[in-house]
Design a binder for this molecule. Structure first.
Ligand SMILES: [Zn+2]
Length: 238
């Protein structure tokens, strides 16, 4: 077995190499079960992100077919691809949102991601409330319904972003209930709810994160100019 593997941290998105001796621990629970999977092994793993600014802990589990040592008639390991696999931490594949995004908005987003498979209906309800929260917070557009608020964005935001937000109206049940209160639960499937989450991620990036990064770049230029000016005033540079 190789002593290292390539890995992307789900928290900081750094692509890295995990050395099993330092940032990894794994264990197997073998069971000669009478279940339909027969002899199985559950492999649980801890992975620690080596990025010094992150150092997050990731916990994974995989269910495998167990292998048998025929001489001793006992299970001795696992083989092949996992029958099932889970990431136990982080709980979902949600993107990590920066602290400057309002708490209510990021909580709705995380919750929508967490329950996407379990309950697409509840996930979409939270995602719609999150979208409304973003439109109200970032653009100051507050009207009666989400539908009206989306219309209110036209002309304020770039055409392709508006088209992608507007396109969710064309998704069957989301579109059909756009006029209703965001807390109304609508019956949709996981794929449809997943599109709403993708849209939220694009908007976090395009609105909050891009603006924050731009402000930061401009602040840097202002700080550099001010430093240069004070050096000049002190006569340290001509
Ligand atoms: Zn990381």
């Amino acid at each position: 077995m190789s002593d290292s593997f390539n890995w992307t941290c789900p928290y900081c998105k750094t692509k890295t190499t995990i050395f099993k001796r330092t940032n990894f621990s794994s264990n197997i629970h073998l069971y000669a079960s009478s279940s339909k999977f027969a002899s199985i092994g559950l492999v649980t793993s801890f992975i620690v992100c080596p990025n010094p600014d992150c150092r997050e802990l990731v916990i994974e589990a995989g269910l495998y077919h167990a292998t048998e040592d025929t001489n001793y008639h006992r299970l001795d390991g696992v083989s092949g691809e996992p029958i099932l696999k889970w990431t136990l931490k982080p709980e979902s594949s949600a993107m990590t949102l920066p602290d400057y995004i309002p708490k209510q908005i990021s909580e709705d987003y995380y919750e929508a991601c967490r329950i996407l498979s379990l309950s697409p209906k509840a996930s979409a309800t939270l995602a719609r409330r999150c979208l409304q929260g973003m439109i109200r917070d970032f653009w100051g557009v507050v009207k009666g319904s989400l539908s009206e608020e989306i219309k209110g964005l036209q002309g304020k935001i770039d055409v392709s972003t508006w088209d992608s937000i507007d396109s969710i109206r064309s998704i069957g049940n989301i579109g059909a209930h756009m006029e209703k209160d965001v807390n109304t639960i609508i019956d949709i499937d996981e794929d449809e709810a997943g599109i709403l989450i993708k849209l939220l991620e694009e908007l976090f990036q395009d609105w909050y994160i891009s603006k924050h990064d731009k402000d930061e770049r401009h602040q840097n230029i202002i700080a550099l100019s001010a430093a240069k000016k004070s050096l000049k005033a002190d006569g340290k540079i001509p």
